[in-house]
Design a protein. Structure first.
Length: 135
């Protein structure tokens, strides 16, 4: 069995999925509307700035989080951006299902009964806004 060939087939199946088509259509919709495109770009730049700040060891202030949440609320009213966020969320769900299927077959998932205590990556308590999730 040629693994590369199967990977190509999986990629083609994903590219033909309704989730992928919806996401790409939503991206086109945002790109065709200048106001939506600028609003989304500004939001993503602000989000990236705060993520870099956090990764640099500098705390994100409650005011900065609130400002990003407000900005998210404003841009979410735009129907093109809202559709993009919803489509990206659905596509992420599909990709998580694919990853889960691969992990199960490759035995990369931990069994709860057999899991030994291994070092784990700690997830920060505070998080930057991720579209599609309630903060």
């Amino acid at each position: 069995m040629d693994v590369q060939k199967k990977a190509q087939e999986l990629a083609e199946a994903i590219a033909n999925s309704s989730e992928y088509h919806r996401m790409m259509t939503a991206r086109d919709g945002v790109n065709k509307h200048q106001a939506a495109k600028v609003m989304l770009r500004d939001f993503q730049e602000q989000q990236l700035k705060l993520q870099q700040q956090q990764m640099g060891g500098e705390a994100v202030t409650p005011e900065q989080e609130e400002q990003l949440q407000r900005l998210f609320g404003v841009i979410s009213v735009n129907p093109y951006i809202r559709e993009l966020f919803e489509a990206e969320f659905a596509f992420s769900g599909l990709m998580m299902q694919v990853n889960d299927a691969l992990s199960q077959v490759l035995d990369l998932k931990e069994d709860d009964e057999d899991a030994e205590e291994e070092p784990r990556l700690e997830i920060p308590k505070k998080k930057i806004l991720i579209p599609g999730q309630d903060g």
